[in-house]
Design a protein around this ligand. Structure first.
Ligand code: SF4
Length: 326
């Protein structure tokens, strides 16, 4: 008997992946459809609620998976404990972990069960515009390995990707159907849709988009390294636990950093406070989360120059061809 295709939809809780899931339900037997959500551990509460809503409204279970960094953390602990390197890096900084930093890191470098925090503890830093490791490690790798396990087990798989050619230059040549390997295909039903088409389709289906489109304009981590000043105002105002949580994360990640310093928004390089151009104490003072929260709460107009590297046009946003984030 011919093997049946399994239709996997990478679901982020955003409009495009939701529309893709609804299209799959229109066209395929529901028993062959599997929406998959990759949980970074730093999602907005609205997104978890929206997934619950979709699951119960559509009467379709959503597979929720998350990365696990326990093994890499154990390896990093061994590396730090045994580090006896000599010499300096290109900035003149000693390669070897000092004994004090080793003690601090080994006291704090343990898996917490939160993938976002665990990845930052492992790296000793938060992701940034210049070192954006979050999308790959927190979303892409775990989804790819989930699909690969199915393919390796002999399952025929079609991965539905909710990407649109109009989204970016990178996607303007996206093909609707692509054969990846034997019994493994990509299907991109939205390639020639516009953003307005997507919202119209959801409306016609009677499915409201994630409420985050009303408050933040997009669905992402909360916060995301690309969060803007208005985003941060909304996030801090709507979640009283956000500031203490990020304060705690910064303290733990700092302890696991070879420099003893880490800040969630260090990569933003607030105007006039670039590392190397101002004293490090000034830089870290301006970028630790309490200072960022204070800055975001100031009633001044948002100035794109305040966020170094922010293009204001939405070009620097988290997105994934797998439909894992938008
Ligand atoms: S939404 Fe932002 S913080 Fe989250 S994985 Fe994507 S780029 Fe990183």
């Amino acid at each position: 008997m011919a093997r049946k295709n399994l239709h996997i939809i990478g679901l982020s809780g955003g409009k495009d992946s939701t529309a893709t899931l609804l299209l799959a339900l229109d066209r395929m037997p529901r028993g062959q459809i599997r929406p998959v959500f990759v949980d970074t551990g730093n999602e907005h509460a609205e997104t978890y609620r929206y997934l619950d809503f979709l699951e119960s409204h559509l009467d379709l279970p959503i597979a929720r998976i998350k990365p696990d960094f326990a093994q890499q953390i154990a390896e990093k602990r061994r590396f730090i404990a045994r580090d006896r390197r000599t010499g300096r890096d290109k900035h003149g900084v000693k390669l070897r972990w000092s004994n004090r930093r080793k003690r601090e890191a080994l006291a704090h470098l343990h898996p917490t069960g939160n993938p976002f925090l665990d990845l930052c503890l492992l790296k000793g830093m938060f992701p940034s515009n210049r070192s954006r490791f979050c999308t790959e490690y927190l979303k892409k790798d775990v989804f790819v390995s989930y699909v690969d396990d199915l393919v390796q087990s002999g399952q025929r798989v079609v991965v539905w990707q909710g990407i649109r050619r109009a989204e970016s230059d990178k996607r303007k040549h996206a093909r609707k159907i692509e054969r990846v390997g034997s019994g493994f295909y990509y299907f991109r039903p939205l390639v020639d849709w516009t953003e307005a088409d997507v919202f119209r389709f959801l409306d016609a289906k009677g499915i409201p988009p994630n409420p985050l489109y009303r408050s933040l304009g997009r669905v992402s981590c909360a916060p995301c390294i690309y969060s803007t000043k208005p985003d941060l105002r909304v996030l801090f105002a709507s979640d009283p636990n956000l500031l203490p949580r990020l304060r705690d994360w910064e303290a733990r990640v700092s302890a696991c950093s070879k420099t003893g310093r880490a800040a969630f928004f260090a990569g933003k390089q607030l105007a006039g406070a670039r590392l190397g151009e101002v004293h490090p104490l000034v830089f870290w003072d301006r970028h630790q989360i309490d200072a960022i929260q204070h800055w975001a709460s100031k009633p001044t107009r948002f100035n794109p120059d305040d966020w170094d590297g922010f293009d204001g046009g939405g070009g620097k946003a988290c997105s994934s061809e797998w439909g894992l984030c938008e």
